[in-house]
Design a protein around this ligand. Sequence first.
Ligand code: S3P
Length: 176
Amino acid sequence: MTVRGPHLVLVGMMGAGKTTAGTLAAAALGRPFLDSDAEIEARTGRTVRDIFAHEGEPAFRRLESDVVRAALAGAEPAVIAAAGGTVLDPENRAAMRGAGTVVWLRAKPGVLAERAVVGGHRPLLDDDAATTLTRLAAEREPLYLEVADEVIETDEVPLDDIVERLVALASRESVR
Ligand code: S3P
């Protein structure tokens, strides 16, 4: 039997529904919900957009790696939404694989573009969100696949059904 950590870890592109589905799954499971962007904002007292604008993306990625690895190392079973770019760092991917069940919430770039709220915490989507999402998806899909234990195709699947599958996967993990 593979020894794994206790978490349910959600990965996928901006607009995949990690925060929405993760929040609901955590509530249903009675677990804390941790979102790497929210953790960064809480830790620094600054917004993701402000960090991108003033420190640049590499500095944001360093903070993101610190925060996501701290969350993955936590002992209390949690639902962790790891923001879209967290898989770029190979050490983050290694930490994810040992942390529990990793689920890739997958959606086609066209669907992501409809869902991803432009503005807010997504400065990468400021110019031509659809083209950017298509390019980032091509770069990152192999990385999501590399870490994922399960892939949920979310196009046209009702949110309730996605949450139900997440709860079932997390429950399976906790009785292993
Ligand atoms: C990013 C995803 C965003 C946020 C930042 C960069 C990315 O989080 O961390 O805008 O590179 O994919 P979500 O995945 O929660 O949208």
